[in-house]
Design a protein around this ligand. Structure first.
Ligand code: CDP
Length: 230
């Protein structure tokens, strides 16, 4: 009997809170691959811009920031649910990446052509080394269209808002479900309609609708896709 080898480059795209990070991490762990969440890079640039009170409408300045920003991403040093440590200027800012302010502004920053170019190049370099699960919005369509397996993870806005709400509460934070839902719909709309690299499934992506599935079931399905002949 021949044994199939798992695909070396696996992309995982989808809208906000569709479970990409949870599934991507589990999959990478199971395969012994690197897990790389590209959203962190867009969030980090947005966070720095907000820290410096930069005008987010100033595309040139934000692009320059994306080109020069020193964002260090390391394996997690604390077991508090984080997928990685995000270090900027020597400071652990991992959870700041998830603030409401970053959520509200990241789509504007990520729509800029120069920002995408700067960050895409770094992502591609890392991705092409293989043995990687790379997560984002445009990984299967733009960053690594040559990927061996492309998964697009979807779920209704209501279900995704519920998951994000529970994530925040579990971390001890405060949240309002309706506010999360409305802001999430708005961010998805922005991400899906932007001119460059909009959120959409690649033509050859396998779509998993996770509305009626728990994380374990989605993970099993993704693992099954890795172990089948493509
Ligand atoms: O965790 P969540 O799905 O809410 O967001 P994320 O994956 O951290 O991405 C944050 C934002 O970064 C998205 O809303 C997009 O605007 C942008 N993004 C992108 O444009 N391209 C990527 N490959 C990843 C994220």
């Amino acid at each position: 009997m021949t044994k199939t080898t798992p695909p070396s480059i696996i992309t995982l795209d989808g809208p906000a809170a569709s479970g990409k990070s949870t599934i991507g991490r589990k999959l990478a762990d199971a395969l012994g691959y690197l897990f790389f969440d590209t959203g962190i890079m867009y969030r980090a640039v947005t966070w720095i811009a907000l820290q410096f009170d930069m005008d987010l409408r100033d595309e040139d300045a934000i692009t320059e920031l994306a080109q020069n920003a020193q964002i260090d991403i390391h394996p997690p040093s604390v077991g508090d649910g984080r997928a990685c440590d995000v270090i900027i200027a020597g400071r652990d800012v991992t959870w700041e990446m998830r603030s409401g302010d970053v959520d509200a502004n990241v789509s504007v920053v990520s729509a800029y052509a120069g920002v995408r170019k700067a960050l895409s190049e770094r992502q591609r370099q890392i991705g092409r080394r293989g043995r990687i699960v790379m997560v984002g919005r445009d990984i299967g369509t733009v960053i690594l269209p040559e990927a061996d397996l492309k998964i697009y993870l979807d779920a209704s806005a209501e279900e995704r808002a519920r998951r994000r709400y529970e994530e925040i509460i579990a971390r001890g934070g405060q949240a309002d479900y309706d506010e999360i839902l409305n802001k999430m719909i708005e961010r998805d709309r922005f991400d899906s309609t932007r001119a460059i690299a909009p959120l959409r499934p690649a033509d050859d992506a396998v779509i998993i609708d996770s509305d009626k599935m728990n994380a374990e079931q989605v993970f099993e399905r993704a693992l099954e896709l890795c172990n089948q002949d493509l």
